[in-house]
Design a protein. Structure first.
Length: 128
């Protein structure tokens, strides 16, 4: 009977330790996600500031290109249309590339996921 009690106690302790380990891993994953979110928000702020400045610079550059085409003999309306179409095509390509790079895999907390996978393997081996 004492042997049954010690085995059940050991098993109960094992379950408690595995539960505690998983809770700790979940807290670690939350902390890692929070850290990545804070890094992303700081980077987004800098990107936004840069984008505002670049929009102004792009507008002035495109205006210069239109004026250059007009100086080369292209009518105003055609020069504006040419610059608009080329700019739209380049913008479309850039947006598509950005959307392709913006995936959930880039934001996944890989350290926590790897650690949880190892913990699951250890727990399976311990139970066997």
């Amino acid at each position: 009977m004492a042997e049954d009690t010690s085995v059940s106690t050991l098993f109960s302790n094992l379950i408690g330790q595995v539960t505690s380990l998983f809770r700790t891993e979940v807290r670690l994953a939350k902390a890692e996600l929070s850290e990545k979110l804070n890094q992303s928000l700081g980077a987004v702020g800098l990107v936004m500031a840069g984008v505002v400045l670049l929009i102004g610079a792009l507008y002035l550059f495109l205006l210069w290109v239109v004026r250059l085409l007009v100086a080369l003999g292209v009518p105003d309306q055609w020069a504006t249309l040419i610059v608009a179409v080329v700019t739209a095509a380049v913008g479309y390509i850039v947006v598509r590339k950005g959307l392709a790079d913006l995936t959930a895999a880039n934001l996944m907390p890989t350290r926590s996921v790897n650690s949880l996978e190892k913990d699951v393997d250890v727990a399976k081996e311990t139970v066997r």
